[in-house]
Design a protein around this ligand. Structure first.
Ligand code: 6PG
Length: 479
């Protein structure tokens, strides 16, 4: 029997789905799982695809089953388990074999693993995969970081199994070492932003306008036919339409308002801070998940403050819904501008040369944030090659119009007492970004006052200090 093209370690949902996807595209895949019975079950249920599987009882067998240089995908729980499997593989593998971590790894771990394998003759790929279980089985978006030669070894398999946008594969080489996992982390940060802004708009419809879940579902359905067309808006419509069989009510009204998080959104926010890039809408989305988790405290505070959420008084329901659509779109532009700005800065910092246009293009299908909007971003980067998306002509035209909706919606949310942290931060980012004169002159003066940090003077070169002690004395004598 001919050798397998690639190996997969880990037959959990993601690993088995990816292996089935590989087998379906006509490639032989060698698989190994710590629990043998689970692996046998996957193959037993694979139907005709089982013929493309080689089940291996040991890692030695796995090595022997794959065509060298051997690419082996690890799809197990992120963190220590990955290090353990790498330690087991390291003495077995040889001559440019490629260990591929396809989990949601922190890119700093990927960089460490890459370095640790540098002199071993083996290579490492940190591969971000988006699209959940369905994506893994039928076509995910794939972001690869590592040596370009390793990418070329796996390119055929990965582009075959990836999602396709108008026939173009949604899999690409992002750059060396941690680039792939970094891009996936920012994808998830943006995903948090998108989901939070959608939920804020939902909240305004539910509490501000008193709309029922089914009515809100219809609004999302309409929006999904326009420029907001996206997977997340589509599933929002579906989710809002489901009736719980037991309670005979919309399921969404029964689900507790506490959102979990596995950590990738938080990493995106942390790295934005590390790189000194403003990603306030994404950070607000992470913070909103934290606030959501404080359910007991929120219930107590609600009882203690007794400030009711006000209904939003609108002259025209339809006009307000149009404003919400505009606000969501404008908020999206700001949040994506932030995510791409983080990637552009990281690219320079880590010398990755991240292909921003390609990243937008491979997110058009397969991944969780797939949308029509990413088509616009792809075109914008094709023209500009980089820079803040708020300065791309297509988005400038949109923001010039839609900032008014975002502003109106944020103002209404504030006056009604409904928090809209991601939308508010998106607006503040836009307003801050387009101010040629801000207020940090006062902060510089304060810093110089208490810490002699110095300041620049308009129109003059050099660092200056203020005559603060005199001012202080004068202020004291006036009081
Ligand atoms: C994807 C998703 C996927 C997963 C996240 C969710 O791109 O397929 O982002 O990676 O759903 O882990 O993360 P949270 O648990 O942090 O929401």
């Amino acid at each position: 029997m001919s050798q397998a093209e690639i190996g997969v370690i880990g037959m959990g949902v993601m690993g088995s789905n990816l292996a089935l996807n590989i087998a379906e595209k006509g490639f032989k895949v060698a698989v190994w799982n710590r629990n043998d019975a689970v692996m046998r079950d996957v193959i037993r249920n694979a139907g005709p695809l089982a013929a493309n599987f080689t089940a291996c009882n040991t890692l030695e067998e796995l090595k022997a089953a794959i065509r060298p240089p051997r690419p082996i995908i690890i799809l197990i729980k992120a963190g220590d388990p990955v290090d353990q499997v790498i330690a087991q593989l390291r003495p077995l593998l040889e001559g440019h074999d490629i260990i591929i971590d396809a989990g949601n790894a922190n890119f700093r771990d990927t960089m460490r693993r890459f370095d640790a394998l540098k002199d071993s003759g083996l290579t490492f790929i940190g591969m971000g995969i988006s699209g959940g279980e369905e994506g893994a089985r039928h076509g995910p978006s794939i972001m690869v970081g590592g040596k370009e030669s390793s990418w070329h070894r796996v390119e055929k398999v990965l582009t075959s199994i990836s999602a396709k946008y108008k026939g173009q594969p949604c899999a690409a080489y992002m750059g060396p070492n941690g680039a792939g996992h970094f891009v996936k982390t920012i994808h998830n940060g943006i995903e948090y932003g998108d989901m939070q802004m959608i939920s804020e708009v939902y909240g305004l419809m539910r509490d501000g306008l008193g709309m029922k879940a089914a009515e809100i579902a219809q609004v999302f359905g309409t929006w999904n036919k326009g420029r907001l067309n996206s997977y997340l808006v589509e599933i929002t419509q579906t989710v809002l339409s489901v009736i719980d069989a037991k309670a005979k009510k919309p399921l969404v009204d029964i689900i507790v308002d506490k959102a979990g998080q596995k950590g990738t959104g938080k990493w995106a926010a942390i790295e934005a801070q590390n790189l000194a890039v403003n990603a306030s809408a994404i950070e607000a989305a992470v913070d909103a998940r934290i606030m959501s988790s404080m359910k007991d405290e929120r219930v107590k505070a609600d009882k203690a403050y007794k400030i009711p959420k006000k209904k939003i008084a609108v002259k025209s329901h339809a006009a307000f819904l149009r404003q919400l659509e505009g606000a969501l779109y404008a908020g999206k532009i700001a949040a994506y501008a932030q995510g791409f700005a983080v990637m552009e800065t990281a690219s320079k910092e880590f010398e990755w040369n991240l292909p921003l246009g390609t990243i937008a293009s491979i997110w058009r299908e397969g991944c969780i944030i797939r949308s029509q909007f990413l088509g616009e971003i792809t075109k914008a980067f094709k023209k500009s090659g980089g820079g803040n998306l708020l300065m791309a002509p297509v988005f400038m035209t949109m923001m010039k119009k839609d900032h008014a909706s975002l502003r109106a919606v944020v103002a209404l949310s504030a006056s009604s007492g409904a928090p809209a942290p991601a939308l508010s931060n998106a607006l503040s980012y836009f307003d801050g970004y387009r101010q040629s004169r801000g207020t940090a002159n006062l902060i510089q003066a304060q810093r110089d006052f208490f810490g002699a940090h110095g300041f620049e003077r308009s129109g003059e070169q050099g660092a200056f200090h203020g005559p603060w002690s005199k001012a202080k004395l004068k202020a004291q004598s006036l009081s």
